[in-house]
Design a protein around this ligand. Structure first.
Ligand SMILES: *Cc1c(COP(=O)(O)O)cnc(C)c1O
Length: 354
C-alpha cells in the first residue's frame, strides 16, 4: 500500500554488526538509539539481532513498545518530573542532570519496588543537557548517595547536537577524568562512561577514543550508515535501509511558471519560479504532512523535486529516461529529518523487507 516506507531489516542488522564489531575492538558497548524510527519493534529487533547491549530512546512511549525485549533500556531525554513513574516503569536507566528529578525517580522506584539506574550527564560545551558546574556535580553526587532506590551507574555527555561541538581528546578526556572523581566519591567503579553519539564514530576509525570511554549511543550511524561529526559515510554499511515509495497520481506537460498574479502558497510563503519552458511534471501522493520540509533524494537522479504542499510532492521528470505514468512508484533515499518525519506519520505504511 502506498505511500510506504520500505524497511530493509537485513541491512539494518548488517549495519549494526559492523558498528558493534568496530566498537568492540575499542572496548565500547553500543546502545542502539531507536527514536528516529519511533521505536518500531520489528526494526528494533533487527538491530538487537546485530549485537547491541542496550536499547535507548528519548521517549517512554517508544521504550514501552519494546518492553518484551530482554535488554536494558535507557531513556535518553532527561525525564519529565511529572512522568517519573513511567520513566522507572519503562526504562532501567535514565540520563539525568537535575537532582529534583532524581529524587522523584527515587520515590517512583520505591513505589514500584525497583532500583533505577541513572547516568549523570555533564555538559562539556555543546550546551544542550548536562551539569555544567563542577560544584553542582559534586553536591549532586553526595545527595544521590542517600537515595535508596537510585544507583548511579554511569556518566555521559552529549555533543554535536545543539552547539555542533565535535568530540575530541580534550572534551572526552575531561569526561574520563570526571568519571574518575565520581568513582572516588561513590566508592565503586562506574559501569558506563558514555562518550556521545554517532559523532564519536570518526574517533573510532582513527583509534582516537580516549581510554576509559566504554559506551556510545548510536542512532544515525546504524540507520543511515553515516558518522555525524563530518557527515562521512561509514565503510561497509548501507545508507538505503529505509526508502520512501510514493505513487504518481498525475503526469502532465505544464509550464514551469504559474499563470496569474502570484500571492502566497499554502504555507504563507511567496514562491519564486524560473522559466524553464514546458515541463513534464509528476504529482505524487505524499506531502509535507508526511515529510515536513525535510529532504528526500530521488533514486532516479534525473528527477528534480519542484516542491509540494501538505499532501502532494511535485516533480520535474522532463529529463528522465524512464517514461513515468500514473500508478508508477517513485523511490527516494532519506535523510535523518525525513526518516524521522516519515516514521512519525501515521499515513505512511511501514513495509518490512527481510
Ligand atoms: C538522539 C540521541 C543520541 C543518538 O544520536 P545519533 O546522532 O543519532 O547517533 C544519543 N544520545 C542522546 C542523548 C540523544 O538524544
Amino acid at each position: 500500500m502506498n505511500p510506504k516506507m520500505n524497511i530493509y531489516l537485513d541491512k539494518l542488522k548488517h549495519n549494526t554488526e559492523v558498528l558493534v564489531e568496530q566498537c568492540k575492538k575499542a572496548g565500547i558497548d553500543v546502545a542502539a538509539v531507536t527514536k528516529v524510527f519511533c521505536g518500531i519493534p520489528e526494526v528494533t529487533e533487527a538491530i538487537v539481532a546485530g549485537g547491541v547491549k542496550y536499547i535507548a530512546d528519548s521517549r517512554t512511549e517508544n521504550l514501552a513498545k519494546v518492553k518484551h525485549l530482554p535488554l536494558e533500556k535507557i531513556l535518553l531525554r532527561l525525564p519529565m518530573i511529572s512522568r517519573a513513574k513511567e520513566t522507572v516503569e519503562f526504562a532501567d536507566i535514565s540520563l539525568n542532570s537535575e537532582l529534583e528529578t532524581i529524587v522523584a525517580l527515587n520515590i517512583a522506584a520505591e513505589e514500584l519496588g525497583k532500583i533505577h539506574k541513572v547516568i549523570l550527564m555533564v555538559d562539556l560545551g555543546d550546551l544542550r543537557e548536562g551539569i555544567f558546574d563542577a560544584q553542582e556535580l559534586s553536591s549532586v553526587i553526595e545527595e544521590i548517595k542517600g537515595l535508596k532506590n537510585i544507583k548511579v551507574c554511569g556518566i555521559g555527555t552529549n555533543l554535536t547536537c545543539y552547539g555542533g561541538i565535535i568530540p575530541n581528546d580534550e572534551n572526552l578526556g575531561k569526561l574520563v577524568e570526571t568519571a574518575k572523581s565520581f568513582e572516588m566519591a561513590l566508592g565503586y567503579p562506574l559501569e558506563i562512561i558514555s562518550g556521545g553519539n554517532s559523532s564519536s564514530i570518526y574517533l573510532l576509525e582513527k583509534d582516537g577514543v580516549p581510554k576509559g570511554i566504554n559506551h556510545l549511543r548510536l542512532g544515525e550511524s546504524i540507520v543511515l550508515g553515516y558518522e555525524t561529526a563530518y557527515g562521512e559515510r561509514i565503510p561497509n554499511t548501507y545508507d538505503d535501509a529505509f526508502l520512501l515509495v510514493a505513487e504518481v497520481i498525475e503526469i502532465k506537460e505544464k509550464p514551469s511558471i504559474p499563470i496569474g498574479n502570484i500571492g502566497r502558497d499554502a504555507f504563507g510563503n511567496v514562491p519564486e519560479f524560473v522559466d524553464k519552458g514546458m515541463q513534464r511534471r509528476a504529482i505524487l501522493a505524499v506531502g509535507k504532512q508526511d515529510i515536513g520540509t525535510h529532504t528526500v533524494i530521488p533514486v532516479d537522479s534525473e528527477i528534480e523535486i519542484l516542491g509540494g504542499s501538505s499532501d502532494h510532492l511535485i516533480l520535474d521528470v522532463t529529463n528522465c529516461h524512464r517514461e513515468y505514468k500514473v500508478g508508477d512508484e517513485i523511490t527516494f533515499n532519506l535523510t535523518y529529518g525525513s526518516l524521522l518525519a516519515l516514521s512519525t506519520s501515521g499515513y505512511i505504511y511501514k513495509n518490512f523487507v527481510e
